[in-house]
Design a protein around this ligand. Structure first.
Ligand SMILES: *Cc1c(COP(=O)(O)O)cnc(C)c1O
Length: 385
């Protein structure tokens, strides 16, 4: 039988009609423990840290969307990344993208280093640089399918095949792209991670993280760590992410459309020095973005003003519709200053080295109308100039 389309699977897979009641939306299972058929005989579920029906439903839906053999849902995106780093041992080396979420930077540099894991940050758009950073101890290459905050686009297929040839695992944070635009497992990546707090949930009302993999042995290893350490996603949040997934494709495509138009408009604006958006011909990896992302270039837009750190902050504080907040990926638009907010956990020297300048502003474009968002930015530029 022909495989059903992404949108159909997002609504139906993992959302079977409840056999007991006929409810078309599966109930939320809050039980922490489950009655067993006998002593030492185990049913499908025994204890909710090890497995919970509502969590299973979410994991089933997500596996259908990302591809692969299985997914795991965690209490946050950071808990999901932490699970991956717990596979590492003293002496292991990690190569990570230099255009990286601030929390991932902090985990690698300030927690993993305590157990003797070393990290090298590399420009993931430079394959030769990745290759030359590889050592005999390199065990993991970790990066984002759309970088943060500079929205760089790496060549996932090339990085996956380089890593495979050296027996190194690859992990991709697919939070910005979502499976609606890009499915890294199909390109040979070993582990796909999401902050479900963002687009998967989509409404700024729950936190969560996920991992999806295509290899059963790797899945078993990650499941073992998750069950042993316990950062599982609670049933209510599982339900909210599952509900969010039903409209993921619609939301991401519509928000990407608005983001493209907004970035074209920003590019022409006299107050704006430059715009970083993968959908613009001026983006350094625009061609690769066209091949890699399907149906849109994402809804994150980064641009640069000529101003100081204070002037840029003033612009961010002057919007009325765009909320001044970290996080992203929801129906309401957000604005933030990476240097003082999302990337404040970077060392100042690394911020300078990786282009996280004082004038940088990052937008998460929501589902409001294009005209209202444009007008809001326009008035913020006037108010702060
Ligand atoms: C938010 C975010 C994370 C961390 O996820 P939490 O749910 O906040 O723990 C990781 N990567 C990216 C790209 C993010 O935006």
């Amino acid at each position: 039988m022909r495989e059903k389309s992404f949108r159909t699977r997002a609504i139906h897979v993992g959302n079977e009609v409840d056999a007991a009641t006929g409810a078309v939306v599966p109930p939320i299972h809050l039980a922490s423990t489950f009655q067993q058929p006998g002593a030492g005989e185990w049913g499908e579920f025994d204890y909710s840290r090890s497995g919970n029906p509502t969590r299973t439903n979410l994991q089933t839906t997500l596996t259908s969307l990302e591809g692969g053999c299985g997914s795991l849902a965690f209490s946050s995106g950071m808990a999901a990344i932490h699970c991956v780093t717990m596979m590492l041992k003293t002496g292991d080396h990690v190569i990570a993208g230099c255009d990286l979420y601030g929390g991932a930077y902090r985990l690698l540099h300030k927690i993993c280093d305590r157990s003797g894991v070393t990290v090298t940050l590399v420009d993931m758009t430079d394959l030769a640089a990745i290759e030359s950073a590889i050592t005999d101890n390199t065990k993991l290459i970790w990066f984002e399918s759309i970088g943060n905050p500079r929205l760089s686009i790496p060549d996932l297929k090339a990085i996956a095949s380089l890593a495979k040839s050296k027996d190194i695992r690859t992990g991709v944070d697919n939070t910005f792209a979502t499976p609606a635009l890009l499915r890294p497992l199909e390109l040979g990546i070993d582990i796909v991670m999401h902050s479900a707090t963002k687009y998967l949930g989509g409404h700024s009302d729950c936190m969560g993280g996920t991992l999806s993999v295509a290899d059963q042995a790797l899945f078993d290893e990650l499941y073992f760590i998750q069950n042993a350490t316990g950062a599982v996603l609670d049933p209510l949040s599982c339900f909210l992410v599952t509900r969010g997934l039903k409209t993921l494709d619609l939301r991401v495509r519509e928000q990407s459309k608005t983001a493209l138009e907004l970035s074209q408009w920003l590019q022409q604006h006299s107050c704006v020095k430059s715009v970083l958006y993968p959908g613009l011909a001026s983006h350094p990896q625009h061609e690769l973005a066209r091949q890699t992302l399907q149906g849109g270039f994402g809804a994150m837009v980064t641009f640069e003003l000529d101003g100081t750190i204070a002037q840029t902050a003033n612009t961010c504080e002057s919007t009325k519709l765009f909320r001044l907040a970290v996080s992203l990926g929801a129906v309401e638009s957000l604005i933030e200053q990476p240097a003082t907010m999302s990337h404040a956990s970077y060392d100042a020297a690394d911020r300078a080295r990786f282009g996280i300048t004082d004038g940088l502003i990052r937008l998460s474009v929501g589902l409001e109308s294009m005209e209202d968002l444009k007008a809001d930015l326009d008035q913020a530029f006037s108010a702060s100039s």
